[in-house]
Structure formats: structure tokens, C-alpha cells
Design a protein around this ligand. Structure first.
Ligand code: SAH
Length: 387
């Protein structure tokens, strides 16, 4: 087995079970893209087995910290099985047939994301290591989940950093990829797993949408960055007086229209830039949901992203009637919770409103975050009271 030998002292993060080995920590060694290597400290002691990514700054990702554990097809079957058992046990599993089944590092499977949409799985192979094990992974997924159709959405930007070409299409089976019907807490949605954003639906927001439903009764609701209108459907189902979805993407708003009619609810659908929409004369609203895309895709974009979050939140706050509420989110992994809170403080101050935190919002329990890899915690949010 080939090895990767770390510089002196650079084994520290591995000892803290962080699964990433950065290029700067490597003294010598390597192998083929995706090959499993023994990772050794400078004295030669084996610390882990990891997948080699020759082109990425994250030069290797740890499969196991147990030098005696083999990385083979059975290893992947075992990890996938564990991930699925965890999902089956979640309370939400009784109320939805759409869940994240595998969440990368958090499930001990760096680079692998798998979402279930009823009887279709959507898989993303995002690193050289898991790419190499694609077939055994697909086989194990079919066998353990019982889903015959697996659609591959290996078209995320991060694949470029690994030197991998995009791959999109059915890897197993076949279905209507543009309209996968799912149910969440009694509501119906159609998911476009082929051309939709990410894997087609924002499963991470499920529990926050459920919260929106409980808050929406009698309220005028504005859903900024609505995508396929899921928050809007929940709000309408919760008895909202009115619902307005705003998204810059015409296909997203078209999907929102379809999702509203599937559930027999009414929502105003607006194709617009949210930054402009909040500057125009609209409202007032009693509940605003603000869930923009990740403005910071890398560390050096954090400052610009912070300005974007502040801007849209500040104007959105001004549209809220006294006593109203706001659910506001950032899904930029590089923007810390601490910084997001500061940004909301600055927005509140400039909006000239008295605002309190009611509770913190996070991704749902099917998106666990490894204690050892906090980079996995990207979605942060606050429920705010606006006076
Ligand atoms: N809350 C949604 C997910 C939102 S994803 C859900 O629960 O399903 C972010 C959305 O923001 C995407 O649909 C994207 O099209 C939209 N978007 C990006 N830039 C925008 C802009 N400037 N104005 C309005 N929408 C924008």
C-alpha cells in the first residue's frame, strides 16, 4: 500500500480526528487519484487510511482512523448501512419520503452526498476518493435502500477542484427525472432532480419550513429567495393570509406555481431580484423568510457576502409590520455563526427596528455535522421578532 508521510508535527489535526489532510502538511508520498493510502506521521507510524486527491488543496480525506480497517466494498456497504439506519430512526422519517441519506464527512463518507426522493436516489460524488468507489457505492445504495433508480448529480463546482469532470444522468434505473413526487409533512412537491438546484430540493430546510407553518396563521408572508416555493406552501397550509414567493429564477418560480397548485394553496409568484424587490414599495408583511444562496463560496468572499446579507436583511426588516417575525438564513459555510449574528445586528441597527432573537435555526437532523469536522455546518439561521 502506498503511503503519505506528513511533515513533523502536522499529524496534530489527524489526532483530533479531523478528516482532511491539506497539501501543506504532506512531506512526501502519494499515489493515483482516489487511491487509498496509509497516512503516516513523520516517524512512520500509520495513523489513518485516506483517499488521495492529487489535484486538490485537500490532498487526502480520511476513510478510517483504524489502521487495521480495510477500505473495500464491504467498508462502503457498512458505512452506508449505518447512515441509512440513522435516517430510518429519525422522527421525520415517519412524515416524509424525502431525506438526506448520506451527508459526506458526517457519515464517515467524505465526498459522498445521497438524497432520497421517494423511490429515486440522487447521488453526488464530490471527491476523487469516492469517485473511485462509485460502482460499489451505487450497488450498496441500491441494495440497502431498495431504490432501483439512482440519478447522479456530480455537477457541483467542487468537482473541478478535484480535477473531475461533471457527470449527470441516471447511473441506475430510469424515471421521470424532472418530476419526482415527494411528500413532506403531508404536503406534496415535485422535484426536478435533473435540472433543479443542488440535488433538486432543499431538504436541509424541512424542519424550518415546518416551523414556518406553525407561525404563519393569519400572517402576510413574504418568502424571499423562494426557489420552488416550499416555505410558501407550508405557510399557506398553516393558514397564512397571503403568501408571496420571490425568486430571480423563472424555472424556480414555475416550479413554485406547480407546487402551490399541487397542494391547493394560493401564492403570489414573483420573478425578481430580491435585492431590488425589498427596495420597492411592497408589504407590510408579518412573516418574512429570507434564505439566499451561499454568497461566500470561498474564504476571501466572506466580507462581500456579509455586505450582501446585511443589505437584503436590512431592507427586508423594514418591510415587517411591528410585532412581525423573520426567519433569516445563511448557507455560506465560510461565514461563521458569530459573524452572521454580527451582520444581523448591523442590519437591525440600520433598519432602526427593535429586534430580538427568538431561536437559532439549523439544518434538519438528516444533515448531521461531524464533531470533528465543523466545516460541515453550513446552514445557520435565526428566528427574529421585529418591533
Ligand atoms: N428556501 C428555499 C431554498 C432557497 S435556495 C427552499 O426551502 O426550497 C436560494 C434561491 O435564491 C435559489 O432559488 C436562487 O434562484 C435564488 N436567488 C439567487 N439570487 C437571487 C436574487 N438576487 N434574487 C432572488 N433570488 C435569488
Amino acid at each position: 500500500m502506498n503511503s503519505l508521510i506528513l511533515k513533523k508535527g502536522r499529524e496534530r489535526s489527524l489526532k483530533r480526528r479531523h478528516p482532511w489532510i491539506f497539501s501543506g502538511a504532506v512531506e512526501k508520498g502519494g499515489g493515483k487519484a482516489g487511491e487509498t493510502l496509509e497516512v503516516r506521521d513523520n516517524s512512520g507510524k500509520v495513523l489513518a487510511h485516506a483517499a488521495y486527491s492529487p489535484q486538490s488543496q485537500i490532498r487526502a480525506r480520511v476513510w478510517t482512523f483504524d489502521p487495521a480497517e480495510a477500505v473495500d466494498a464491504a467498508f462502503f456497504r457498512n458505512r452506508i448501512q449505518k447512515a441509512l439506519v440513522l435516517r430510518d430512526a429519525l422522527p421525520a422519517a415517519k412524515h416524509t419520503n424525502a431525506l438526506r441519506l448520506v451527508n459526506g464527512e458526517s457519515d464517515g463518507l467524505p465526498g459522498l452526498v445521497v438524497d432520497r426522493y421517494a423511490d429515486v436516489l440522487v447521488a453526488q460524488f464530490l471527491a476523487a476518493g469516492v469517485e473511485r468507489w462509485r460502482d460499489p457505492v451505487l450497488d450498496a445504495l441500491t441494495e440497502i435502500s431498495g431504490c432501483e433508480a439512482i440519478f447522479e448529480r456530480s455537477d457541483a463546482e467542487v468537482r473541478k477542484l478535484e480535477g473531475l469532470e461533471p457527470r449527470v444522468g441516471f447511473a441506475r434505473g430510469n424515471r421521470d427525472a424532472q418530476r419526482c413526487p415527494i411528500i413532506e409533512y403531508g404536503l406534496n412537491f415535485r422535484v426536478d432532480v435533473e435540472a433543479g438546484q443542488k440535488t433538486g430540493f432543499f431538504l436541509d430546510q424541512r424542519e424550518n419550513r415546518r416551523l414556518a407553518r406553525t407561525l404563519a396563521g393569519g400572517k402576510r408572508v413574504l418568502n424571499l429567495f423562494s426557489y420552488s416555493g416550499a416555505f410558501g406552501v407550508y405557510a399557506a397550509a398553516g393558514g397564512a393570509a397571503s403568501v408571496t414567493n420571490v425568486d430571480v429564477s423563472a424555472p424556480a418560480i414555475e416550479a413554485a406555481r406547480e407546487n402551490a397548485s399541487l397542494n391547493g394553496v394560493v401564492a403570489e409568484q414573483v420573478v425578481a431580484d430580491a435585492f431590488q424587490y425589498v427596495r420597492q414599495k411592497h408589504g407590510p408583511f408579518d412573516l418574512v423568510v429570507c434564505d439566499p444562496p451561499a454568497f461566500a463560496k470561498s474564504r476571501n468572499e466572506v466580507e462581500r457576502a456579509a455586505r450582501g446579507y446585511k443589505d437584503v436583511n436590512l431592507y427586508a426588516m423594514r418591510m415587517i409590520a411591528p410585532g412581525g417575525m423573520m426567519m433569516t438564513f445563511s448557507c455560506s459555510g465560510h461565514l461563521s455563526l458569530d459573524l452572521f449574528q454580527k451582520v444581523m445586528f448591523a442590519a437591525a441597527l440600520d433598519a432602526g427596528r427593535r429586534i430580538s432573537f427568538v431561536r437559532r435555526l439549523t439544518a434538519g437532523p438528516d444533515h448531521p455535522v461531524s464533531m470533528y469536522c465543523p466545516e460541515g455546518e453550513y446552514l445557520k439561521g435565526f428566528l427574529l421578532e421585529v418591533h
